[in-house]
Design a protein around this ligand. Structure first.
Ligand SMILES: CSC[C@@H](O)[C@@H](O)C(=O)COP(=O)(O)O
Length: 363
């Protein structure tokens, strides 16, 4: 996708042919900082500190992290160490484990001398696969927005989304935002309600930035506003991304997604979740019981970061001094509240049967 006319992916290999470039997402939308990663430790830090975030993107960046580790030491022990170290950076998004398992499977049995080139090729394949997958998710989600537009000709199609599941969260195009970009490009008058997504404000900062750069009409709302807007017919459809879909169709996503799904159900509004194949965890059934939920630092809740009028980035405390905070970063929306899943293979019911129908070869 583009920023001010320049095309970007959210991760790429530098012109030097080996170092890895990312956009520092802790600085967006205020500064466009491109970081250069040269060691696996830096990749782990980038994922942990959320310089890169979003389930598909952390998988792809971790894959490049393995390549960087092997460049320093191509032994099997180093491969295993890198996979273990990178795999511990964030617990909820299954794409991380999916990408690292794929890297290990590809590289483990190769002679040491062949591993570095093969690691870069595999990481590139993961990144390219993600971009194409997300493009297809857009194509497969587009009819949902076209149907709404056909029901109310000339009127705005209002979509509500949570967190950032756009191109910044993937390698390109995004998941939840991909159908929205397709619809906008096709001339559908789409408008997006952007949940601010406390505590880290990925909606207000990243989704709003992306949509603005693409010229998509949008409005940032407090997380608590969605239910009210739904009650007053201001939302036609909710579309979110996900960090892990279970084989029975439960969906983990950014904290607060579950509450939006409940409000959508109460108001008869379709609640769709866009997911690439790499986000489906066939080993897990009951998402509420089994998906590990990341607990992040209290400071993300007690403090806020933003830009001052004179252009400085500043973090201030908004919670009462001394009050403790809890920060579960994700929640699980049970399949019964999900209208359906949008995948690169098409759309399906959020259920074991629905997923099996699209992925008959799975586990
Ligand atoms: C296509 S991204 C899907 C999810 O990863 C996204 O909705 C989300 O919850 C991201 O959380 P984050 O904590 O910013 O990594």
């Amino acid at each position: 996708m583009k920023i001010d006319g320049t095309p970007y992916r959210s991760v790429w290999v530098d012109a030097d042919g080996w170092s890895v470039r990312i956009l520092d997402q802790t600085k967006l939308p205020w500064q466009l900082d491109i970081l250069q990663l040269t060691e696996a430790d830096q990749v782990a830090h980038a994922i942990r500190s959320m310089q890169v975030r979003g389930a598909p993107l952390i998988g792809a960046v971790a894959a490049y992290g393995v390549a960087l580790a092997l460049r320093a030491d191509a032994s099997t022990a180093a491969l295993d160490r890198a996979v273990a170290m990178l795999g511990e950076t964030r617990p909820t998004a299954i794409n991380l484990r999916w990408a690292l398992d794929r890297m290990r499977a590809r590289l483990h049995n190769l002679p040491e001398g062949d591993r570095v080139a093969a690691a870069y090729a595999e990481a590139q394949a993961i990144a390219d696969d993600d971009a194409e997958t997300c493009r297809r998710i857009g194509l497969n989600g587009l009819p949902l927005l076209q149907e709404i537009a056909a029901r109310k000709p000339g009127e705005t199609v209002n979509v509500l989304t949570h967190c950032n599941a756009g191109w910044l969260a993937t390698v390109d195009y995004g998941t939840a935002l991909s159908p929205i970009y397709q619809a906008h490009d096709a001339g559908i008058p789409v408008h997006v309600w952007v949940d601010e997504t406390r505590p880290r404000n990925q909606g207000a900062a990243l989704t709003a930035f992306e949509l603005g750069k693409h010229g998509v009409r949008h409005t940032v709302i407090a997380d608590n506003a969605g239910g009210h807007l739904m009650q007053h017919a201001e939302v036609d459809i909710c579309i979110t991304g996900t960090d892990r879909v279970t084989r029975q169709g439960d969906v983990a996503n950014k904290i607060g997604t579950y509450l939006k799904a409940l409000a959508a159900r109460d108001n008869g509004i379709p609640f769709w979740v866009a997911t690439p194949h790499s986000t489906i965890d066939w080993r897990v059934g009951d998402g509420v019981a089994e998906i590990p939920i990341e607990e992040r630092a209290e400071a993300e809740v007690t403090d806020l970061t933003g830009r001052t009028a004179d252009g400085r980035l500043e973090t201030i405390r908004v919670a009462a001094e001394g009050s403790p905070a809890a920060n579960p970063a994700f929640d699980v929306t049970p399949a019964r509240l999900v209208t359906g899943l949008i995948t690169e293979r098409g759309r399906c019911e959020a259920s074991a049967a629905g997923l099996r129908g699209l992925y008959p070869e799975a586990g």
